[in-house]
Write a protein that binds this ligand. Structure first.
Ligand code: 13P
Length: 215
């Protein structure tokens, strides 16, 4: 896919993220791996005003095109691509339930088998650091090596996947899990969880889940 097509896909993903109720205003950002670097949303422009021309190319050394300003979170996006070969698209948002769980500083344990969609048995919450900071990118580096979805304390969610469609799907699934977790926490502080053996079975099944047979 060429740059303009990918840029349009980024914008479509942003608009869909808002439509799904996962984000609002200028919160959140979206990127896709491209040409040894990435294409990423610009900083502070509402999604509905974006055109492919606004999308910024950031090289692997962090340099970017003159006359454009990438998302303030460009460093943690780049970090996700450097840390994992299986991530080609990254979605960040301030989804209400994910943000609420992050404010409680809780990781999402194996309360439901869908936690395994993150590629592991627990969706970690990484410590708070100022948005756009090197410190936050360091925490993200640690978290994303463990899980394709992570909560950022007092902030929101990051989800990375093989493409934009799957990254948004994962972000939506984690928001549903966070909603579920909050409902359980309202009843008991000790949420029942699946045992490790059961989760390993699901992790194995997820390796082929959703694969299509080419015709
Ligand atoms: P940007 O507009 O710079 O992408 O910032 C939004 C955000 O959510 C920061 O975490």
């Amino acid at each position: 896919m060429n740059r303009v097509e990918l840029s349009q896909q980024i914008i479509d993903t942003c608009l869909e993220m808002t439509r799904l109720g996962l984000n609002q205003g200028t919160a959140g950002n979206v990127s896709v791996r491209f040409d040894n670097g990435m294409l990423i949303t610009p900083t502070g422009i509402p999604y509905e005003k974006l055109t492919p021309d606004h999308i910024v190319y950031v090289a692997e050394d962090g340099s970017f095109e003159e006359g454009k300003l990438p998302s303030s979170e460009w460093l943690f996006h780049l970090t996700c691509y450097k840390q994992r070969d299986d991530i080609n698209a990254v979605v960040h948002n301030h989804a209400i339930n994910c943000a609420a769980v992050s404010i409680l500083n809780k990781s999402i344990p194996a309360i439901h088998y869908m936690v395994a969609a993150s590629g592991t048995t627990e969706i970690p919450c990484v410590p708070y650091a100022t948005f756009g900071s090197t410190k936050l990118a360091e925490y993200v580096e640690e978290g994303i090596t463990k899980s394709k979805a992570i909560l950022l304390q007092h902030h929101g969610l990051i989800a990375g996947e093989v493409n934009l469609e799957k990254a948004l799907w994962l972000a939506h699934e984690v928001e549903v899990l966070a909603d579920l977790y909050l409902k359980i926490l309202a009843v008991t502080p000790d949420a029942p969880t699946l045992d490790d053996e059961s989760m390993q079975v699901v992790l194995e099944k997820f390796k082929s889940y959703g694969l299509r047979v080419e015709k």
